[in-house]
Design a protein around this ligand. Structure first.
Ligand code: BTN
Length: 325
C-alpha cells in the first residue's frame, strides 16, 4: 500500500500540475483505474488536495503540511536513517513507542508524531509537545559499551545545531543536550539505552524540536527560556525539509561517531557549545555541584572546577548558567 501511494504522489508531483490520467497511473503501477481512484481518495482523506477531471485526469494542487513518511522519504538522502518510519498523528511519547519496537527494528528506524500527549524530558520532567513541533525518536544499535551511550547525546546535539546553523541562525549547545538560539532552548534530546551487563542492545535517541509553534502554545511554566524556530525565523519552517536535513546530518555524524576517534567530534561539539568557561550549577538526582565548566570528557561528562580548585566530572544532570562571562 505505502509503496503504491508514494508512487502516485511522486508521479503527480513530477507532472508539475499537468493532469495525469487514471489510465496512465494504473499502467505505471500495474493496477486498475478503480484502484488508482481508491488511492486518490485515501490521499485526499489525508489532506492531499487533488483535482480530478474525468476527461484529463488528476492534478496535485497541494500537499498537507504533515510529517508523512511518503513526504519525508521522497528525496531523503540517507542510507539508513528514516528508511523505515512509524508515523503517528498522536502518540503518548515517540521514545516510549520506539523502546517497545526497538529490539525487532533495524537501526535507523524513525518514530515521529505530530502531537505527544505524554512527551518526556530528561530527569523525569514533562515535555510539552503540541502540533507544529517535530517529535521524533531514532533507534540505534551502535554496539558500544554502555559507558559511551551519553556520547550519542552530544552527537545528536551537534547534528541539530548544524542543521539550524546551516539555515542561518547561531545555534549553540548547552551541555549536555539543549540546543539554543539566542540563549533560549529550541530543542531537547533524551537518550535512552537498553543494555545487558555492559552491552547495549539498543539506544533510542529522542529529539524534540519546537518548530512551527507560537510561544503561547507552550504553557507559561515551560515557556521561560524557551523559543521556537517559528519565533526565531519570523515564519513557519518547512518541517519535512528540516527533518530530511536532520536525518541526513544525524546519519553523517553517527557514521563519524562509529568510524573516527571521538575527540574529533567532541572538538566540533566544543566549538558550538557555550557552556565551557561559564559558571554553572549542575543538579543531579543526589546533589548540586557548583563551579566553572572547564571541559567535557571523552564520555561526555562535564568537567567542573570547584571553588576549592578540585575538579569533578558530572555524567548527567541539569545545568544552569550562574553568571555569563
Ligand atoms: C529534555 O529534557 O531536554 C529532553 C526532551 C526530549 C523530548 C523528545 S520529543 C521526542 C522524544 N519523545 C519523548 O517523549 N521525549 C523525546
Amino acid at each position: 500500500m505505502g509503496d503504491k501511494r508514494s508512487r502516485i504522489i511522486k508521479a503527480l508531483k513530477d507532472a508539475q500540475k499537468i493532469p495525469v490520467s487514471g489510465e496512465e497511473l494504473g499502467l505505471k503501477l500495474g493496477i486498475s483505474r478503480t484502484m488508482v481512484w481508491k488511492y486518490i481518495k485515501s490521499l485526499e482523506a489525508d489532506g492531499y488536495e487533488i483535482e480530478s477531471s474525468p476527461k484529463k485526469g488528476y492534478v496535485l494542487k497541494s500537499v498537507p503540511q504533515l510529517l508523512y513518511p511518503e513526504e519525508i522519504q521522497m528525496g531523503l538522502k540517507t542510507t539508513l536513517f528514516g528508511k523505515k518510519i512509524h508515523y503517528f498523528e498522536e502518540l503518548s511519547s515517540t521514545n516510549n513507542f520506539a523502546k517497545e519496537i526497538a529490539a525487532a527494528e533495524e537501526e535507523g528506524t524513525l518514530v515521529v508524531a505530530e502531537v505527544q500527549k505524554g512527551g518526556r524530558g530528561r530527569m523525569g520532567r514533562e515535555w510539552v509537545s503540541p502540533r507544529g513541533g517535530i517529535w521524533m525518536s531514532v533507534v540505534l544499535k551502535p554496539g558500544i559499551p554502555l559507558m559511551y551511550a551519553s556520547r550519542l547525546t552530544l552527537v545528536a546535539g551537534l547534528a541539530v545545531a548544524n542543521v539550524i546553523r546551516a539555515m542561518g541562525l547561531d545555534a549553540r549547545i548547552k551541555w549536555p543536550n539543549d540546543v539554543r538560539i539566542n540563549g533560549k532552548k529550541v530543542c531537547g534530546i533524551l537518550t535512552e539505552a537498553k543494555a545487558e551487563v555492559d552491552k547495549i542492545e539498543y539506544i533510542v535517541l529522542g529529539i524534540g524540536i519546537n518548530a512551527n509553534m507560537d510561544l503561547k502554545e507552550i504553557p507559561e511554566s515551560f515557556r521561560i527560556g524557551s523559543t521556537t524556530l517559528k519565533a526565531e525565523f519570523g515564519k513557519n519552517i518547512k518541517r519535512v525539509q528540516f527533518l530530511q536535513k536532520l536525518l541526513f546530518e544525524l546519519e553523517q555524524q553517527y557514521i563519524r561517531f562509529k568510524t573516527q576517534p571521538f575527540s574529533q567530534l567532541l572538538n566540533d561539539w566544543l566549538t558550538l557549545s557555550d557552556t565551557i568557561g561559564k559558571d554553572v550549577k549542575v543538579t543531579t538526582p543526589s546533589r548540586v555541584i557548583e563551579g566553572r565548566a572547564v571541559g567535557v570528557t571523552a564520555e561526555g561528562a562535564l568537567l567542573i572546577k570547584k571553588a576549592d580548585d578540585t575538579k569533578e566530572e558530572i555524567i548527567a544532570g541539569r545545568c544552569i548558567y550562574v553568571r555569563s562571562n
